[in-house]
Design a protein around this ligand. Structure first.
Ligand code: AMP
Ligand code: MG
Length: 455
């Protein structure tokens, strides 16, 4: 891979991003993967190419713990303390030393010499023949290492002693060790972690009230098409309301990305130029929908090649086949001004969602500084025969349910046309039909990707 001029690298670092990733054109990338045909690029190949461009944002913000929910940790968090800080009882019961179990007697009898509650330790000494009444979470008294649960003991009539069978507990039982949850000096959470509810609790348990997170990724998006009307406008004959901006907004919001809506842009070079340059000036990534299919590609191609280095792909994928990928610049030509990564998504509403989840999502997470996990795939029996041609990956919309035996079944939802958004709303999963798969028979096993937690 040949690198570009120093000018490009300087502009990229001025934008605060990894210059390396802005030093190669998509065309050069395409050449690097010459074994693939850009007219039928397999989904995994497209994913691998775009992934190489995902340089994480570098700016860091320091936030109060609660504000860090869904944000991306910028560094490992090392535990400053042991959690728990002391050995403590896991049960309500009686703490004693294990020596009492080793006398050979079938029954152990111990005198109660005190009491320890959570937050109120017992400070005295405990002899081998003695025990301390303990509640869950109470510090283990010195000399004690074992707890017998209260339901396993008989209390003496005088209430100052207990008896229990020696085989009722093993030495060391029912005691939580200091550092068992988190040991001091160990990484409690790793850089790249997207902070969840449990993570907020975990950091609170370490006494940590503020964390360093990466700044949120900024994504600008707009729709293209003379037929599009925004909400509130009258719907002229032959026009449609712009739904893609709402889907895109929501999908970006789910990833906790700062979404910048630039509206509808007419199919007209000057309008498109203004929108692209302003998007590149204000965002890390630019997403557009529409205008990349065969009929329109010529005008878009010319324009995108004036302000950026953009490759036009025909993905071996359905829906979501036409896709433009590269970068656009805020200046009057590539290399001038500020660059932004660019994805020209297809116009059809379902195709936008499929292309977003399969091609764009991972890059946005990587650029946010996160360590994305692959989307979980499970297997289900298809309730219908499904038409499918080998040589492309299909993402059909399906309704999956589990039977009483726990087996998953899936039914494709209505029309699989890429314009039919209601089939997506009805669905609860994608049925993923792999590149090499052909026709699916009724009852055959297929891969599904559940929407829950994704959409
Ligand atoms: P295009 O890719 O521009 O040829 O658009 C393909 C189809 O998607 C056409 O039927 C468009 O009307 C429709 N479409 C394009 N953009 C949008 C949008 N933002 N909202 C709803 N439908 C759209
Ligand atoms: Mg169009």
């Amino acid at each position: 891979m040949k690198s570009r001029s120093g000018r490009t690298a300087t502009a990229a670092s001025a934008a605060g991003r990894d210059a390396q990733l802005f030093m190669t054109t998509p065309n050069e990338f395409s050449r690097c993967v010459a074994q693939y045909d850009p007219h039928a690029l397999p989904v995994p190949a497209a994913q691998a190419i775009v992934r190489q461009w995902a340089a994480p944002v570098t700016a860091i913000e320091r936030l109060a713990l609660r504000d860090a929910l869904d944000r991306v940790l910028a560094a490992d968090i090392v535990s400053p303390i042991d959690v728990p800080s002391h050995d403590n009882s896991a049960m309500d019961g009686y703490a004693f030393n294990r020596a009492a179990l080793a006398t050979g007697a079938a029954t152990v009898e111990l005198a109660i010499v005190g009491k320890a509650l959570a937050g109120h330790p017992f400070a005295g000494r405990v002899e081998a023949s003695q025990c301390v009444r303990v509640m869950t979470g109470a510090c283990m008294p010195a000399d004690c290492d074992t707890v017998v649960p209260q339901e396993l003991v008989e209390r003496g009539t005088d209430s100052v002693s207990i008896r229990f069978a020696a085989n009722a507990v093993t030495a060391g039982a029912n005691r939580r060790l200091a550092g068992e949850d988190l040991a001091r000096g160990h990484a409690a959470l790793r850089s790249g972690r997207i902070m969840r509810a449990s993570d907020l609790g975990l950091l609170a348990s370490l006494g940590i009230g503020e964390v360093n997170v990466r700044r949120r990724l900024r994504v600008a998006f707009f729709s293209t098409g003379d037929e599009l009307r925004s909400l509130g406008e009258p719907l002229d004959p032959g026009c449609v309301y712009d739904s893609n901006r709402y889907t895109l907004f929501a999908m970006l919001r789910r990833l906790n990305i700062d979404a910048l809506d630039l509206g509808v842009v007419r199919d007209e070079p000057a309008a498109m130029e203004g929108a692209l340059r302003s998007a590149a000036a204000n965002a890390d990534v630019v997403l557009t929908s529409g205008g990349v299919s065969v009929g329109e590609a010529d005008f878009t191609r010319q324009l995108l090649q004036t302000f950026g280095d953009v490759a036009f792909w025909n993905l071996a994928m359905r829906p979501g086949r036409p896709l433009a990928f590269g970068r656009v610049w805020s200046g009057e030509r590539p290399g001038v001004g500020r660059p932004a990564l660019f994805f020209g998504l297809p116009g059809n509403p379902v195709a936008v969602m499929v292309a977003f989840y399969q091609i764009v999502r991972e890059v946005l997470l990587l650029m946010s500084g996160a360590t994305p996990q692959p989307l979980p795939v499970i297997h289900a029996m298809s309730r219908r025969a499904i038409r499918k041609r080998a040589g492309r990956t299909e993402f059909q919309r399906g309704l999956a349910e589990q039977d009483v035996h726990g087996q998953w079944h899936v039914t494709p939802t209505g029309s699989q046309s890429s314009g039919v958004l209601s089939s997506m709303s009805e669905a609860n999963c994608f049925i993923v039909l792999g590149h090499d798969e052909g026709e699916i028979a009724e009852g055959e096993r297929v891969a599904i990707m559940l929407f829950d937690g994704l959409i």
